[in-house]
Design a protein around this ligand. Sequence first.
Ligand code: PSU
Ligand code: MN
Length: 310
Amino acid sequence: MFNQLPDSFILSKAFIQSRQVGAPMVALESAVITHGLPRPENLNLARGMEAVVRENGALPVTVALFEGKIQVGMTDSALETLANLDDVHKISLRDFGIAIARGWSGGTTVAATLFAASQVGIKVFATGGIGGVHRGAPFDISADLPQLGRTPMIVVCAGAKSILDLPATREALETQGVIVIGYQTDEFPAFYSRESGLQVDQRVETPEDVARIALSTWTAGLRTAILLVVPPPEGFALPHKRIESAIEAALEEAQKAWIYGSAITPFLLGRVSQLTEGESLTANIALLRNNAKIAAQVAVAYQNFRHPKV
Ligand code: PSU
Ligand code: MN
């Protein structure tokens, strides 16, 4: 399959070796490194997520764009370079062609990472929160949603960012045919908070159970993502009310400053972090690491199903 891969893809050595032996792998996005978190937390987090995936028995495969090439799997020094680049783009699905032609570097969003990771056969992906339908702008729907609708991948996240219109996002996931599975929860988490008042489609208790559902889905011929939603860890999660006033203030500022398009998500995340005096940032980092852990366990379970030992 790799012989047919376009030369815009560059595969890391570790990825190629793991692929040959059928080792479990977890894709990681990089827009969170370039646009989601401030320095130096971004590099610490990128390294931290990779370490957590390894400790739980899988290979971390961070995807990013370097000088017009889609890099699949990164060395530590590449991670460091990406986290400190000044001329760095947020690469969503529609940006690939331009970025490749112009030789850009950048962090890939959930939508873009889904595309790249599925092209190389990865089945499990960890992120913080997916994009969705924006509040007050129901026409601003993240490219993450349609891409989830057409990519066979288990995506581990803490729901959708609460800066979004969550009920609308939940409905849009259904329209896309994406199964929403709660990891030891009945409720769709709201990223920083464990509660949202919204339901999941199915609850699972173990990584094996979600792997089984994914395999049944794809074996039946469906090509949709499985969204495994994991509540932010207790002790870091913020009460819905605490975060809501910060979000409303940030939204109002964004509107006054005419911030829209791909700039809105990074702006809101940054402002909410300032307004909660870093509490939301701490929660964000904790949930990202936790999602990386669960994703690695799911990747191991999935691989064991496909290649049972004995
Ligand atoms: N989750 C985070 N931090 C982030 C993002 C998600 O905790 O920075 C990024 C993801 O890369 C997601 C993107 O795909 O925000 C969504 O952007 P938009 O709404 O413009 O599609
Ligand atoms: Mn948008």
